[in-house]
Design a protein around this ligand. Structure first.
Ligand SMILES: N[C@@H](CCC(=O)N[C@@H](CS)C(=O)NCC(=O)O)C(=O)O
Length: 269
């Protein structure tokens, strides 16, 4: 069976889970423990980021590479259009969404991580106490310094939020103009699945899709999740989930070292 090395609350992992579900491919989730688990991931894939897909002896890192591999290897329910114009639009939108919604979304989330509660709550359940305590004991000032070191300046956060607003406005315009119901036509493509999956942390889908606390479902980043200007987008996204995303199934046999059986909650209000 396909194996997905992931973080449950990673939006790039969610992009791949949505693609796997859309294509009707069964897979097993392997929750990577931040830090220790990523060393194993490095040994497996030569890099330390999730998602990583393992298909027999084939190991693929990076959500775009995984998407292209899946579409080539499992061509049923294709996600790359054959029509040249639709294909170009699809690939451009996917690349744009990775860099815009994916990367700016992370900046916006990182800013929220300044609260110690939120910082520890996004760690997977299997995270050793020593690491959990270490993360929670980092003072807010140190996070600010770290944040500045990572380019998380107030200006960078403001710019990320402004870009996210422009991105969502553009997506709403595209959706309102496209009678086919999807970004490039009348069936979902890699563009739709990417945009929908990467919006995970802006507003957590309200449904049985993720292994998280019930009270977090439907919650998200204020100013985005509760903004009526984006109702069209989130209604579209939630319909895509209802139509194609499969419910989370607990894996009773997850006993991989360096991995967690389930992620813990994320406290976004
Ligand atoms: N370009 C990569 C980005 C993946 C990525 O940013 N993954 C994040 C989680 S959403 C990660 O693994 N972060 C941990 C780290 O960088 O150490 C992709 O498309 O898969």
């Amino acid at each position: 069976m396909l194996e997905l090395y992931q973080f449950e609350l990673s939006h790039f992992s969610e992009k791949v889970r949505l693609i796997l579900d859309y294509k009707g491919l069964a897979y097993r989730k392997i929750e990577v423990v931040p830090g220790m688990g990523q060393l194993e991931l490095f040994r497996l894939s030569g890099q330390k980021q999730v998602p990583v897909l393992k298909d027999g002896n084939t190991v693929i890192a990076d959500s775009t590479a995984i998407a292209l591999y899946l579409d080539k290897t499992y061509p049923d329910r294709p996600i790359i259009p054959t029509n040249p114009q639709q294909k170009a639009n699809c690939l451009l939108l996917e690349q744009w969404a990775d860099n815009s919604i994916g990367i700016k979304g992370r900046t916006i989330l990182l800013e929220s991580l300044k609260s110690s509660n939120l910082r520890t709550s996004i760690l997977p359940v299997g995270t050793p106490d020593i690491l959990r305590n270490l993360v929670s004991s980092i003072p807010r000032e140190a996070i600010d310094v770290l944040g500045l070191g990572l380019g998380l300046t107030p200006d960078a956060v403001r710019a990320a939020k402004a870009e996210m607003h422009r991105s969502l406005e553009s997506i709403c315009l595209l959706l309102s103009q496209n009678s086919g119901g999807y970004l490039t036509g009348d069936t979902p493509t890699l563009a739709d699945l990417t945009v929908a999956g990467l919006s995970l942390l802006l507003k957590i889908p309200d449904g049985p899709y993720l292994n998280i606390a019930e009270n977090l479902k439907g919650k998200g980043v204020p100013g985005f999740a509760d903004n009526p200007d984006y109702d069209l987008f989130f209604t579209w996204r939630d319909k895509l989930y209802a139509d194609f995303r499969k419910p989370h199934k607990p894996d009773m046999n997850n006993n991989n070292p360096g991995t967690a059986t389930a992620p813990t909650i994320i406290a976004i209000d």
